[in-house]
Design a protein around this ligand. Structure first.
Ligand SMILES: [Zn+2]
Length: 213
C-alpha cells in the first residue's frame, strides 16, 4: 500500500498530511498488520516543491506551479496506451495546455515511482491533491468499497463515474488513473478541500480505515 503527496500544483497541504500520517504510524505501529506493508511518499514532485517554496510569490501566486522543474505535469507522464505529447488541463474554470514531455515515462519521478510500484508489488495507492474535496477512482468493486469508506468517514464527496465521463478526452489522457486501470492497480485520488492545511482531523480515521479494507 502506497500513499503519495504533492504530484503537481502547489499541493503543500498534501505534504503536511503525509507527514502527519508518517508520524502517526510511527507512534502506532500496531495499526499495520503483518500481512501488509505501507510506504509513504510525502512529496513526489520534489524539484517542483523546491522551486515553489523558494519563489517570493509562493503564498500569493500559488497557481503558477503545476509542473516539476522541467515543466512536465507528472500526472501526464505515465506510460498509457492513450499517451499524447500535449493535453489540456481543466482547472479553476479554465482549460490550459500542459506538457507530458516528448515521450511518456520521461521524467525520473515517474520512472522511479513505477519501478517502485512494480518491485514492491503495490496493489493500492492513495494519491493526494488539492483542492476539490473529492474522492475519485476507477473502477473495480474493491476500489469502490475503499472509496465509499474514505468518503463516508472524511466527508469528501465522491467524484462520480458520470462526472468522470463528462470530462473532455484531453483531461483523461495519460494520467495515473488510466495507467492504474491498464496495470490492474487500484489508485484512489483524494482531493483535500483547502490548499494550506493538512486536514489531518478529516483524514485521520479514513487513513486508519484504509489499512483494514
Ligand atoms: Zn493535483
Amino acid at each position: 500500500m502506497l500513499y503519495i503527496g504533492w504530484i503537481h500544483w502547489n499541493e503543500i497541504g498534501t505534504v503536511k498530511l503525509m507527514n502527519r500520517w508518517i508520524n502517526y504510524l510511527t507512534d502506532n505501529k500496531d495499526l499495520v498488520s503483518d500481512d501488509i506493508a505501507v510506504s509513504i511518499i510525502p512529496c513526489l514532485n520534489i524539484d517542483g516543491y523546491n522551486k515553489a517554496i523558494h519563489n517570493k510569490n509562493f503564498f500569493s501566486r500559488w497557481k503558477t506551479w503545476k509542473t516539476n522543474a522541467r515543466a512536465v505535469d507528472l500526472n501526464r507522464n505515465f506510460p498509457t496506451s492513450n499517451w499524447k505529447e500535449k493535453s489540456i488541463l481543466f482547472v479553476w474554470g479554465c482549460y490550459s495546455d500542459v506538457s507530458g514531455w516528448s515521450c511518456a515515462w520521461s521524467d525520473p519521478e515517474i520512472q522511479a515511482l513505477i519501478d517502485y510500484i512494480k518491485s514492491e508489488s503495490i496493489e493500492t495507492i492513495y494519491l493526494y491533491h488539492n483542492c476539490w474535496a473529492t474522492v475519485f477512482w476507477k473502477w473495480s468493486n474493491q476500489v469502490t468499497k475503499k472509496v465509499q469508506e474514505y468518503s463516508k468517514i472524511s466527508w469528501y464527496r465522491i467524484f462520480t463515474d458520470t462526472e468522470w465521463l463528462n470530462l473532455s478526452e484531453e483531461q483523461k489522457t495519460w494520467n495515473s488513473m488510466t495507467w492504474a486501470e491498464e496495470n490492474n492497480i487500484d489508485i484512489i485520488e483524494i482531493e483535500l478541500k483547502t490548499r494550506w492545511g493538512s486536514e489531518w482531523k478529516r483524514n485521520k480515521d479514513s487513513l486508519i480505515n484504509s489499512l483494514i479494507i
